[in-house]
Design a protein around this ligand. Sequence first.
Ligand SMILES: Cc1cc2nc3c(=O)[nH]c(=O)nc-3n(C[C@H](O)[C@H](O)[C@H](O)COP(=O)(O)O)c2cc1C
Length: 300
Amino acid sequence: MVSISTRVGKRKIEEPVMLASGILDETSGSILRSLESGAGISVTKSIGTEERKGYSTPIVSVIKTGMLNAVGLANPGIDAFLEEFTEVEKKDRIAVSIFGKDSEEFSYLAKRVEEAGFGIVELNLSCPHVQGFGSEVGQDPELVEDIIAEIRGKTNLQIWAKLTPNVTDLIEIARAAEKADAYVLINTLKATGVDIYSRNFLLSNKIGGYSGPGIKPVALRAVYDVFRETGKDIIGVGGISDWSDAIEFFLLGAKAVQVGTGIYYEDYAIFRKINEGISNYLEQEKFSSLDEIIGLMVRK
Ligand SMILES: Cc1cc2nc3c(=O)[nH]c(=O)nc-3n(C[C@H](O)[C@H](O)[C@H](O)COP(=O)(O)O)c2cc1C
């Protein structure tokens, strides 16, 4: 049997396919179900300091090449979230996604997450940045550096920095996030869509995030560029709907992958199918472990 286990930062992970943040509801039930279905790690919906109801419907719209969403960071807030997860086992396989407007909010949330017994925090750096009007936290390199330094100084958590592709220079942001244990690339692409008969926008917020098969080439490019420039651990995400998509990410430097929109096409079965597909591919191509193909096309 070939080995598909991997390592991200200090964490060994048995299966290299993870649940991406925000795709399922915020209950512990769906997180546990994804873990039982073959996800090596599951990432929660992004959690902030307070409850947020999010935008009114429509918040999700299926388009030809994927999906548009503008959920508006709807979440129960850190208190209710931690209460829901108090009794949950397997906390070592759950990464908690957090968002905030500044380094104080981020480090407060991270401390709460650590106190509750979790070991990994994924930073959603794509929430609106109040000071820089209209921009996102993840578009401000100094703020990104500050947030990571604060969390590093105050906790022993593994820190995964999820970067937004909606920037001119992704490498600049990646360098600012270099103290994180790993990068998660990428969050959704800023996009919109129109219903030509009702002449309404597809989303109540008009502008949203584009995910699914259409964004895979953009995500691959992000992984390739950041791996080449930094050589750091990367978790690839964006448009993965089968095992061959996952292999492309590994060849360009990703040590693990996350699946989001793909779950809408295949349901929870997608995790096991991708794990099996990776294992079969390695065997057929005469590799003995996943490690051998990580970054293979960049190392050449
Ligand atoms: C409905 C929906 C909600 C999402 N919510 C979050 C979120 O709360 N936090 C986050 O970091 N990413 C969120 N994402 C982005 C995904 O985690 C992922 O980065 C993106 O969808 C690209 O991967 P995919 O093409 O496999 O879906 C969301 C995506 C979708 C479709």
